[in-house]
Design a protein around this ligand. Structure first.
Ligand SMILES: *Cc1c(COP(=O)(O)O)cnc(C)c1O
Length: 467
């Protein structure tokens, strides 16, 4: 068949709409939507046959029926692609605990229940049940954080980037922000501290050098335009060797003496000391508060193990000013986040965080525990086409936290007799639910550290399908 003959043999939209394979989509997506997509598919095919665009169409196609089959297949692919773009649960078998692409910290059962309850009707988001009058959004979380950490006041916003922006915009607009050259960080590409400072309307005054900044550098730089001293936690990189920076206590003292607010961007926001599991350089929120830092911010979905949020803690007077910023409304969080955050903080209040919060539980899993699970897992998978082996390796904290922490783990390497590592990776990614694995040196690797017990069964099922 020549391209011209194929052009003339293309089936009509009405013929296509009558096909069983396409009727199925009409029930799901509605006739109009299917008709639009068929029209797009036919237009694309005509363009290919006229050689206006590179041809996707196979040369094997020799009659109208085969053309119809090809169009139907394109429709299936296009609906499948749209389905895949929808937010859905996936199984994280990468061993990266706070995987930013996979939604960072998974929520605890209690947080999930709290969200479900808050979402299932009305709730007291801004209503005071004691007085029957208008209440304050977030007063529950504020009380919990005050009890838990002894901080004076709290503001909750959408994420830590918003917390940094809002704080600087409120306290430093039109003036200078002092920040060490060693702390002008970029987190994950879109959060660059210098850009956020510029957008806040403040000017950066860079202090010291990349590797060494002294307290005296700060003291000498303070002038009548200085509005705030910014300390940031370089969560995702390390400066090692000939380095120096003032201690938090020293910087706090200087700021207090000169009557300038000190603001610490902590990022990860660990409430538990994690040095026992090899995460040494993650300062806790309590450490900063004890050092006297008057204002600090951290993420809700990193080491805290809760929902996406930015939590600003500190002196009442400073927090009140931040809350009065008109942009506060643009960054405020909704009832679902507050309920999840309250349930997350309750786990800390109960002393239960390490077990109840999935991210913390995953970080604390020992190599022996993971090895035991992995050995049992190997025995469960029945597929002669696969070879599964245990390998030594490391999991990763992720989320820009503790880049140099190695969490020893036992990896499962999957080798197929008929599929390459990338083919196995793709097949697992297309499974329901999708399974995200990693490939290293041409080996497909699974790390059970980030796979829950209930997900293990689904993982076994997906591996058994790999024929
Ligand atoms: C992660 C991080 C941020 C950004 O936090 P988001 O909650 O992702 O907006 C800002 N500062 C530091 C130091 C961080 O580690």
């Amino acid at each position: 068949m020549t391209p011209e003959q194929k052009l003339r043999s293309l089936p009509s939209i009405d013929t296509l709409l009558r096909r069983d394979g396409i009727q199925r989509f009409i029930a799901q997506e509605g006739r109009d939507s299917v008709r639009d997509r068929l029209r797009e598919a036919l237009d694309a095919m005509r363009a290919e046959l006229r050689q206006e665009v590179p041809a996707q169409i196979t040369t094997r196609v020799t009659n109208t029926e085969e053309l119809a089959v090809e169009i139907e297949q394109r429709l299936v692919n296009s609906f499948a692609q749209r389905q895949q773009a929808l937010t859905q649960r996936v199984i994280n078998a990468t061993g990266v605990v706070l995987h930013t692409n996979l939604g960072r910290a998974p929520l605890s059962q209690a947080a999930i229940q709290a969200i479900t309850k808050a979402a299932s009707g009305y709730c007291n988001l801004e209503y005071d049940l004691t007085t029957g009058a208008r209440g304050k959004r977030g007063s529950g979380v504020e009380a919990m954080l005050r009890d838990l950490l002894g901080s004076e006041a709290v503001a909750v916003v959408n994420n830590c980037a918003a917390a940094v922006y809002l704080t600087l915009n409120t306290l430093a607009e039109g003036g200078e922000v002092l920040v060490s050259r060693g702390e002008l960080i970029e987190i994950g590409g879109s959060f660059r501290l210098p850009d956020v400072i510029a957008k806040s309307g403040a000017r950066i005054r860079e202090i010291g050098t990349t590797n060494r900044t002294r307290l005296s550098d700060f003291a000498e730089a303070i002038n009548e335009n200085t509005k705030i001293i910014l300390r940031s936690h370089p969560s995702n990189y390390r400066i090692i060797g000939f380095t120096e920076r003032p201690s938090l206590a020293e910087l706090t003292r200087l700021a207090r003496e000169r009557n300038i607010p000190l603001f610490e961007d902590l990022g990860s926001g660990a409430l538990l000391n994690l040095s026992a599991i090899g995460i040494h350089d993650e300062p806790t929120v309590q450490h900063s508060l004890q050092a006297g830092v008057p204002l600090l911010a951290f993420s809700g979905d990193k080491l805290l193990g809760g929902p996406q949020a930015g939590i600003i803690l500190g002196q009442k007077e400073l927090i009140e000013r931040i809350k009065r910023n008109p942009m506060m409304r643009a960054f405020r969080v909704d009832k679902l986040i507050f309920s999840a955050l309250e349930a997350t903080l309750a786990a800390y209040a109960n002393g239960n965080a390490r077990l109840a919060l999935p991210a913390l539980a995953a970080l604390h899993a020992t190599k022996d525990e993971i090895a035991r699970r992995a050995r049992r897992f190997l025995r469960r998978v029945r597929n002669n086409n696969l070879k599964l082996q245990l390998l030594e390796g490391n999991s990763v904290v992720g989320g820009g936290s503790a880049p140099d922490a190695a969490l020893p783990t036992k990896l499962i390497s999957v080798t197929s007799a008929s599929l390459s590592a990338t083919e196995v990776e793709e097949r697992l990614r297309q499974a329901v639910p999708p399974i995200i694995a990693r490939i290293e040196e041409d080996k497909l690797l699974l790390d059970l550290r980030t796979v829950s017990r209930t997900e293990e069964k689904e993982l076994v099922g997906a591996l058994e399908q790999l024929k």
